[in-house]
Design a protein around this ligand. Sequence first.
Ligand code: BDR
Ligand code: CA
Length: 349
Amino acid sequence: MEEKRKIIMDVDTGSDDAIALVMAMLDEQFDLLGICSVNGNIEVKLTTDNSLRVVECCDKQDAVKVYKGCDYPMVSTLMPWTPQSTGIRSEGSANTPMPNPRREGTRAGDKEVHPEHLPLPEPKIREAKDSAVVWLINTLLEAEDGEITLIPVGPLTNIAVAMRADPRIIPKIKEIVIMGGGHLVNNSSPASEFNVWVDPEAMEVLLHSGCKITMVPLDATHAAYITVEESKRIREIGTKPAILVADLIEQRTIGYAQNDAEMKALKGAPIHDALAVCAVLHPEVLKNVLHCNCHVDISRGYAYGQTIVDRRERVHPEPLNCYFALDADRELFYNWMIDVLEKDKERRK
Ligand code: BDR
Ligand code: CA
């Protein structure tokens, strides 16, 4: 039998994070070592609570622990007058990445896309004793070189802090597959994607860590949208996790319809974070993948948080530090979800 892929999820759960967690827990090709929560879509105490709910929904409470992570980005909220420090996204949204007393109004659709509490019972289990950063460092230090794959699908704070605290963890990492960034598609500002926008400096630390990095940006995740019509087949599987996934796809579709004309017309929504999970086992789900140099703009101007992809074909002055996907195979992604959820149902019989 093929060896399972050892992974760590880093999440800001979040509706699409929840679907990503379901898939990471139920795909038998994974050995999920733990879940780290981080501040992002909502405060870290809520992303932790939501992650615990998803663990129980999948009946994995005896197998998987949740470690509570950082509650603030590394730098962005310390700078006066950045949108991050005032809690306002430049497009006027207040789906704030940090508990911020100056939180203002709410953009239509935000609450549907990432409600404070997932539609699941309050968890009976609690987070683990260690903080996410401490656990990450200890777990990676004990591993063989190149043994563990990280799948961060929220702001990159936990991993960047761990790398800065103990760089000896870096060679232990096989690969980092990140949901984050955008080339032609962005969502938090005209130039930046949410996970990078919340903590741009953290993303820059990862990009220059020397690890193998695959970026699953908005360009790819928007190409891999799932429709409400398609979610019906998922619902029919009838297990708790499958019903959760279908509910969340419907909820996200309602939220996206309020702000995104393209998704409204398609009657669907991107399930960003789950695509990164799929890409670990099925890299071919990512299409038009550039091997390139990428920096994050950390200069705090209009492009703060932009992932700047160098597409020049002549000799690059800087090293190629990531794989950056511009497209995705929607059908492969959908079939993988169905397959994993159906196999889980079989196991439950
Ligand atoms: C990313 O931001 C979050 O809102 C989602 O969970 C996803 O990880 C998309 O920009
Ligand atoms: Ca997320």
